[in-house]
Design a protein around this ligand. Structure first.
Ligand code: 2AM
Length: 196
């Protein structure tokens, strides 16, 4: 089985800056795995464990569903959040906001990605259905013994981000190996980028 999800890879320049800013702030906080810039993404739809034989069909469906979709205007950073709580965080994430005049485009992307999943046997778990979609980019994973000062959670510069495509990612089991990305792109579908 292959663990798959559709997502938006964070703009490389924005990711580099965010990575540097997060790594600098977390120095001295104990064992925290800071994500590499190439691993930073927004998850649109987590499909879970899927039979690899279904991947060609998922790609064909994605080509249909994602045709002609417009890139949402996003902002990332500003607030850093902690999941499940600031006291015992398992993940640190940067919030993603959609510009008011782009409203709805991000949700449209997510709905199409879920549609591809639904057509391939994915079903929303009760837990997921009870949680609202909160767009975010995970930036670090604290391990046991890490202590994250509260004041670190709100001091990162916010940056604009116009995603250029939707990516089908494989989440790899060898996560954390030095020099190896956690996620591998299996396919990408371009978004329409509107000037201005
Ligand atoms: P996260 O960044 O908030 O951890 C690959 O695991 C991607 O899918 C991650 O970005 C992860 O979100 C997201 N994801 C969503 N639901 C998940 C789940 N139930 N299990 C693992 N990852 C999930």
């Amino acid at each position: 089985m292959t663990r798959l999800f559709f997502g938006l890879a964070l703009d490389p320049e924005v990711a580099e800056r965010l990575q540097r800013s997060v790594a600098a702030s977390l120095e001295g906080c104990g064992p925290v795995a800071v994500y590499g810039a190439e691993d930073m993404h927004l998850t649109l739809a987590f499909l879970g464990e899927i039979e690899p034989e279904k991947i060609p069909s998922i790609k064909r469906a994605a080509t249909e569903e994602f045709r002609g979709l417009t890139a949402p205007e996003l902002r990332v950073g500003g607030e850093l959040g902690a999941f499940p709580s600031a006291q015992a965080p398992r993940a640190l994430f940067a919030d993603v906001q959609e510009a008011p005049d782009s409203w709805g485009r991000l949700a449209a992307l997510r709905n199409r990605a879920l549609q591809v999943g639904l057509a391939h046997g994915w079903r929303q778990s009760r837990k997921d259905s009870e949680r609202p979609f909160r767009p975010h980019v995970t930036v670090a994973r604290p391990r046991g013994g890490a202590s994250i000062p509260q004041e670190l959670l709100g001091q990162h510069p916010e940056r604009g981000w116009l995603p250029v495509d939707i990516v089908l990612f494989e989440s790899r089991p060898t996560r954390g190996e030095v020099g190896e990305a956690r996620y591998r792109a299996l396919g990408a579908w371009p978004l329409v980028v509107r000037p201005g």
